[in-house]
Design a protein around this ligand. Structure first.
Ligand SMILES: N[C@@H](CCC[C@H](N)C(=O)O)C(=O)O
Length: 294
C-alpha cells in the first residue's frame, strides 16, 4: 500500500457567511495554480470543497499584473472561482484573507491593506470578531434585464470591481436558481453575478445570488453591496445602511458618497497539508482527443 506523503502545499479552509474558500499561502510565488487545480480543490467530492480559492502572494511578485494603487509590499489576494476562472474581487474572501494574515502574523492589527485585481482594499478585524472591508465606490453602470426560470425582471448593473446585475423584486425564495439566469452577453461578455433582492423594511433586505463561475452560493460580499445600492435606489436614495440577510447569515453594508463598507463574520476553521502526489496528479494534463486539456 502506498504511504501518503502529504508535504504538499499548505492550505486553510475558511468562510464568510458560508461563502467558503480554500486559502493557499504562497509566500514565494511558487504555486502553479492552474484552472484544473482550482476546480479539483473546490470540488466537494474529490477535493476540499469551496466556492473559490484565495492564493496569498506578495504583491511584489505580481509584476506588471499588480494594479497601480497596490504597493509591492502588500499581500495580494489572487482570487479564483470554483470553475477555475479568475475574478477581480471577492468581498467575503478579502475578509477571510485579512483574518488569515492576522492569525498567521503576516499583518499587524489595525487596518490591513490587501491587494486585489480591483485595487487596494483596507480591512479591519474588530474585537468582536466581525471584519469590515472598505469596498471602494460602487459604480451604477446602467439598466438591463435578467431571466430566471422564464421570468424576465429588470435589473440594475452595479460594478464593485466585478460586475453585478441586481433585481429588486418579491418572493425571491420561490425562484429557481439551480441554472444560470439569462442576461445580455453583449453587455457582459465576461459574465456577471446576479442578485435577487427583496426589501423587508427600510433597513433590512433579503438576497439570493447566482455567482459567476460558481452557481448559487450562500453569500456574496460584493453582491450584498450591489444589493444595498440597488435597494437604496429603489427607495429613492443613494446613501445609507442596510442589513443584508443571505442564506448563510447577515452582513451590514454602508453606502456613503465616498465609498461602501461591508461588515460581517469571517472564520478560519482548518489548516493542513495537501498530499504532494495528489497535487502533482491534478496538475497533470488530462489526455483528450480534441480541444484543450486543462
Ligand atoms: N463571493 C465573492 C465574489 C467572487 C467573485 C465572483 N464570483 C465573480 O466572478 O465576480 C464575494 O464575496 O464578493
Amino acid at each position: 500500500m502506498a504511504v501518503q506523503s502529504y508535504a504538499g502545499p499548505e492550505f486553510l479552509k475558511g468562510h464568510g457567511t458560508e461563502n467558503d474558500f480554500v486559502v493557499l499561502p504562497d509566500p514565494r510565488g511558487e504555486l502553479d495554480l492552474t484552472a484544473a487545480r482550482v476546480r479539483a480543490l473546490c470540488d466537494r467530492r474529490i477535493g476540499l470543497g469551496a466556492d473559490g480559492v484565495l492564493r496569498v502572494v506578495p504583491g511584489g511578485l505580481l509584476g506588471e499584473e499588480l494594479p497601480s494603487d497596490v504597493p509591492t509590499d502588500a499581500w495580494f489576494m489572487d482570487y479564483r472561482n470554483a470553475d477555475g476562472s479568475v475574478a477581480e474581487m471577492c468581498g467575503n474572501g478579502v475578509r477571510v484573507f485579512a483574518r488569515y494574515l492576522l492569525e498567521s502574523g503576516l499583518a499587524a492589527s489595525g487596518n490591513v491593506p490587501v491587494g486585489t485585481r480591483a485595487g487596494l482594499r483596507g480591512v479591519l478585524v474588530g474585537e468582536d470578531g466581525r471584519v469590515t472591508v472598505d469596498m471602494g465606490g460602487a459604480a451604477v453602470t446602467g439598466h438591463s434585464s435578467v431571466t430566471v426560470a422564464g421570468y424576465a425582471m429588470s435589473a440594475l448593473a452595479v460594478d464593485l470591481g466585478n460586475p453585478h446585475l441586481v433585481c429588486v423584486t418579491s418572493g425571491i425564495g420561490d425562484l429557481d436558481l439551480s441554472v444560470q439566469p439569462g442576461y445580455d452577453p453583449e453587455l457582459f461578455p465576461h459574465g456577471v453575478n446576479i442578485e435577487l433582492v427583496e426589501p423587508l423594511d427600510e433597513r433590512e433586505l433579503r438576497m439570493r445570488v447566482y455567482e459567476r463561475g460558481v452557481g448559487e452560493t450562500r453569500s456574496c460580499g460584493t453582491g450584498t453591496v450591489a444589493a444595498a445600492v440597488a435597494a437604496l435606489r429603489a427607495d429613492g436614495g443613494e446613501n445609507g445602511v442596510r442589513l443584508v440577510h443571505v442564506p448563510g447569515g447577515t452582513v451590514e453594508v454602508e453606502v456613503t458618497p465616498e465609498t461602501t463598507t461591508l461588515t460581517g463574520p469571517a472564520e478560519l476553521l482548518a489548516r493542513g497539508e495537501l498530499d504532494a502526489d495528489w497535487w502533482r496528479r491534478i496538475g497533470e494534463p488530462v489526455l483528450v482527443t480534441s480541444g484543450t486539456n486543462r
